[in-house]
Ligand binder design. Structure first.
Ligand code: C2E
Ligand code: MG
Ligand code: MG
Ligand code: MG
Length: 279
């Protein structure tokens, strides 16, 4: 309880905690309403091949443009959705919408984030298979991004869900690698096909030569284990070149493209296709 009795019967409470709980409840209410009113949207950020900077896939990212009280970052509202169970509906909304949207771009792979609570739901794998079937989206084009937290919470369930989906052709990426303690060997035991090196480590490459050794080390080990490496948060050409030299497989970041609506993405991809034909 946030309220407690201090010495001498003086009531001590923390208004900060109370305010935090009220905020949470308010956002939960807005989330439920927002789902009903279809206030959410999905945007797509390119992942490019590090060898030639050509787009090879996209990451789907959730947005809440219709929120009456103004914009809220996904990090913030997803955390609330996780705590309230709404993440199940929200997560499946993103997956279904993205599978439908990406039909228009059959050459691109699709990466979708999955939150820990969603992933540890006993029916998670079944639900994913159902959406793939409904949307007729090829399992081979789908990659699910999960974080280390997923594995630590329910290792057996994680193993079972990953195994079931992998049999159908879905691949898995470990998101935000380099922020926790997971080793690559551990990742391999789960069957991850890809690691995404966290933006904070990539950014350090600009100023700290040691970050370069770390990244090259990750790449070298990953290569031996048949795991692909994605660098997140590539904001400059200089950084892109460095990561190319470090032999990352894929690059993602504002330098190559910000998350954009599906129509923008379609226009950009067709423009890029035309310019190579013309060249
Ligand atoms: P994430 O999965 O690591 O996604 C990458 C985040 O980095 C995105 O933030 C993206 O916009 C941002 N980003 C990409 N390139 C750059 C760059 O060059 N510089 C900088 N500064 N940022 C860059 P976003 O869209 O705000 O999402 C934040 C987090 O919220 C995501 O991190 C993910 O953990 C979560 N999230 C977003 N959409 C979903 C979703 O549909 N489901 C779940 N479960 N989580 C989601
Ligand atoms: Mg991600
Ligand atoms: Mg990430
Ligand atoms: Mg993140």
């Amino acid at each position: 309880d946030v309220k407690s009795h201090g010495k001498g019967g003086i009531r001590v409470f923390d208004p900060g905690l109370d305010a935090g709980r009220d905020w949470r409840l308010q956002i939960e209410k807005e989330l439920a309403h927002g789902l009903e009113q279809e206030e959410f949207d999905v945007v797509y950020q390119p992942l490019v091949d590090a060898a030639d900077f050509r787009i090879s896939g996209v990451e789907a990212l959730l947005r809440w443009p219709g929120r009456a009280a103004g914009p809220l970052a996904p990090d913030a509202f997803i955390e609330v959705a996780e705590g309230s169970g709404l993440i199940q509906a929200l997560g499946m909304y993103v997956l279904e919408k993205a599978c439908r949207d990406l039909h228009a771009l059959p050459d691109l792979k699709l990466s979708v984030n999955v939150s820990p609570t969603q992933f540890s739901h006993p029916d998670f794998a079944k639900q994913v298979v159902a959406i793939l079937r409904q949307t007729r989206f090829s399992a081979r084009r789908l990659q699910l991004e999960i974080t280390e937290r997923h594995l630590i919470d329910h290792p057996e369930r994680a193993h079972a869900a990953i195994a079931m989906l992998k049999r159908r052709g879905v691949t898995f990426a470990l998101d935000d690698f380099g922020t926790g303690f997971t080793s690559l060997a551990y990742l391999q035991s789960y069957g991850f096909g890809c690691v995404k090196i966290n933006r904070s480590l990539i950014g350090r490459l600009e100023t700290d030569p040691k970050a370069g050794y770390l990244i090259s080390g990750i790449v070298m080990m990953a290569r031996g284990l048949d795991i692909k490496v994605v660098a997140e948060g590539v904001e400059t050409e200089r950084l892109a070149r460095k990561l190319q030299i470090a032999r990352c497989d894929l690059l993602q970041g504002y330098y190559f493209g910000r998350p954009a609506a599906i129509d923008r993405l379609k226009a950009d991809v067709s423009l890029a296709g035309r310019s190579t034909e013309a060249a």
